[in-house]
Ligand binder design. Structure first.
Ligand code: SF4
Length: 335
């Protein structure tokens, strides 16, 4: 077992975990909401350190990151557990940690890096589950990635504590954060969380220089109302920046944990989200499989063509600086 960082003892003898905004106060022989951090004999332990799941090379576009090293591969991995309990979760078999998952053999951080280099990846991605709840492991991998010349990515729900964000910031190059809704009631009802900490972290990340993209899953009847999406797109454009890419993605009920009875997202909802994002002033709005290309906001030419379904970038029309090859305007691309 790996002793947890990001914690302190409270005056009443509990251990408070300081890793995410739940700030669980954990009694001896109990675990936090994520089920992967336990108070054992008065000390907090990370039960998922090194339990790497589902390692594979992915197109970085699959994260989704469309403006970060387009066309490259990223070595993806996650560890069991999540601080959310999203009813729509498509990875619930690994995000809701079980004793069997926490008993997997340990994968050393060095092994992740070796696998990434062997596969020809240019970055590593902490993904599939929530990186915040395996932050100690993620940080050890990210430090080695830097030494090996690899970039680093988090795909996250954005509910980490300020301490956690400060700790990962120096090692993190890019992140895609889920902004699931602007409604706190949605976050409480569907995810067992709150929206304000996510908005606060998005503001912090946008000021930090870390490459940021935002994703919203359009769940019919829950997170697809035009009025809410107008607020959400307005928040991105007004507070994070018009150049921050926004991905509106469809919901697949058959893959969900507890929303099997809902319909799939209608193509009309994806089109509506795209119109809303553009009206809000966002330069880059991607929705479903119909709108995956990057169009230069200056000259209107297609700068990156992507193959729907396979995620990879098919054709890059960029100059050496990653700007539009036609007019050399910035496309906010990190290469
Ligand atoms: S990571 Fe979050 S959910 Fe897990 S124990 Fe810590 S504060 Fe609680």
């Amino acid at each position: 077992m790996h002793a947890a960082e990001f914690c302190h003892e409270t005056p009443d003898g509990k251990m408070q975990c300081d890793l995410c905004r739940h700030f669980c106060r954990i009694m001896p022989a109990r675990s936090g909401i994520c089920k992967v951090r336990s108070n054992i004999g008065g000390r907090l332990y990370s039960l998922n350190y090194g339990r790497a799941l589902s390692q594979s090379a992915d197109p970085v576009e699959k994260k989704p990151l469309y403006h970060f090293m387009p066309g490259s591969s990223t070595w993806s991995f996650g560890a069991p557990g999540c601080n959310f309990t999203c009813r729509n979760c498509q990875n619930w078999q690994i995000s809701q940690a079980t004793p069997e998952l926490l008993d997997l053999p340990t994968v050393a951080p060095e092994t992740i890096i070796e696998n990434a280099l062997r596969a020809g990846c240019r970055s590593i991605s902490c993904t599939y589950t929530e990186p915040t709840v395996f932050a100690e492991y993620a940080i050890d991998v990210m430090k080695l990635a830097r030494e090996a010349g690899l970039m680093t990515v988090w795909v996250s729900n954005g509910f980490m504590s300020p301490n956690c964000l400060d700790a990962i910031g120096p090692w993190l190059d890019a992140t895609n954060i889920d902004l699931k809704s602007m409604d706190d009631a949605f976050y409480r009802r569907v995810c067992g969380a709150r929206v304000e900490p996510v908005l606060d972290n998005l503001r912090r990340i946008s000021r930090s220089g870390i490459h940021l993209e935002v994703t919203t899953l359009l769940i019919p009847g829950h997170s697809d109302s035009p009025a809410m999406l107008e607020r959400l797109a307005g928040f991105i454009a007004g507070e994070l920046g018009r150049e921050v890419p926004w991905h509106a993605i469809p919901f697949c009920p058959e893959l969900s944990w507890k929303m099997l009875d809902l319909p799939a997202t209608a193509s009309g909802s994806l089109e509506t989200a795209r119109d809303i994002g553009r009206k809000a002033g966002l330069f880059y709005v991607y929705s479903g499989q119909a709108h995956t290309d990057t169009v230069c906001p200056e000259c209107g030419r297609t700068a990156i063509e992507r193959r729907p379904w396979t995620f990879g970038a098919a054709t890059l029309r960029l100059d050496d600086a990653g700007c539009c090859a036609s007019c050399h305007a910035s496309l906010s691309i990190t290469r």
